[in-house]
Write a protein that binds this ligand. Structure first.
Ligand SMILES: [Zn+2]
Length: 339
């Protein structure tokens, strides 16, 4: 099969890889219909994380082509959505809703779903079948559910977004934009998107943002305070993962408020004394997307939400290198790869 390999930072190759096979009785093999490039794939691409001839990709939707003997809830022919961690969905951590930290979690990034086929471990716990064969125009949205929508949704839930609340979103990548959509669906009264890119501002407004703040850092925080009677937002979503974005999120939150942080943290250090006096709640981490998949698939299937709009560039798998370049250079927000 064909699959994406990152040889070294900035070096993407689409090449032949071994076809996956059933290794464990709980595995399924899926033929991938669509996959995409994640903002987190840019960390190794930019040399911020180590990478050495690694298969890439952890977002996927597709059709089951084989199952192991122990698989019960999905069958060959099902169209399925899974998240970026395989999980059993039965352990104590999963049952509490934290499937990305399942005691048996397997990172799908190590398997590499930017490929024609993928082995999905713990298929019963990981995969959710759609009600039928999706129309082609639903596939981008279902793919978004696999990571960016599920992550944005978790961020909003972690930030305790709800009716009557003012929400600020730090980060205008695909996750931040879909956190805006989630905040709107969860009933937020006011949603402030922090973005300085006109196209992303427009999509944020389309997803439900009521205000746009272009300033960053301390100026961004001052602007949020100005818009909230000097108090800060009730709920702040952090969807970047840098020191600046995390501190911007924490400082934009009112005492008693909640930060939902989902940007993969890189060299972030929190000042203890400032945290102590902030009086805020911090909740985040790798999103337990599996918790939300049934609900998100249902909303997409009934066409109540259209998160697939975050994909602004679609390329065939063989042109993945251009997809990485486009995202790295911010020419694209989110790149869909057709398989
Ligand atoms: Zn588990």
């Amino acid at each position: 099969m064909r699959g994406v390999i990152m040889d070294a930072p900035g070096e993407i190759r689409v090449d032949d890889r071994d076809d996956p096979t059933i290794l464990e009785p709980t595995d399924a093999i899926i033929k991938i219909a669509a996959t995409c490039v994640c903002g987190s794939d840019l960390w190794p691409y930019r040399g911020i994380e180590d990478v050495d001839h690694a298969p890439m990709g952890h977002e996927y939707v597709g059709t089951v082509t084989a199952i192991g003997d122990a698989v019960k809830t999905v069958k060959v022919g099902d169209f399925v959505v899974g998240s970026f961690f395989a999980s059993d969905n039965t352990c104590e951590i999963c049952r509490a809703g934290y499937q990305s930290r399942c005691v048996h979690a397997v990172p799908m990034g190590a398997i590499g779903t930017q490929a024609e086929y993928a082995r999905v471990p713990l298929a019963d716990g990981t995969l959710v079948a759609t009600p039928g064969r999706p129309d082609a125009d639903l596939i981008p949205s279902l793919l978004a559910a696999s990571d960016v929508l599920g992550t944005g949704w978790f961020a909003a839930v972690a930030a305790e977004v709800g009716p009557g609340k003012t929400v600020a979103v730090v980060g205008d990548g695909a996750v931040g934009l879909l956190a805006v959509l989630a905040a709107e669906r969860l009933g937020a009264e006011r949603i402030i998107a922090m973005s300085r890119h006109a196209d992303r501002q427009a999509l944020a407004r389309d997803f439900g943002a009521t205000d746009i703040v272009e300033e960053r850092g301390d100026e961004g925080v001052a602007k949020i305070k100005e818009l909230t009677s000097g108090l800060g937002a009730h709920s702040v979503i952090e969807a970047v993962g840098t020191q600046e974005s995390m501190m911007q999120a924490i400082r934009s939150t009112r005492p008693g408020g909640h930060v939902g942080y989902v940007g993969v943290s890189h060299d972030v250090e929190l000042p203890g004394i400032e945290l102590f006096f902030s009086g805020i709640h911090l909740h985040g981490g790798p999103a337990p997307v599996r918790r939300f998949l049934p609900e998100l698939i249902d909303l997409i299937w009934r066409r109540e939400i259209n998160p697939g709009k975050v994909f602004d560039l679609t390329l065939p798998l063989d042109e993945a290198a251009e997809g990485y370049r486009a995202m790295d250079q911010r020419r694209a927000t989110k790149v869909l790869l057709t398989v």
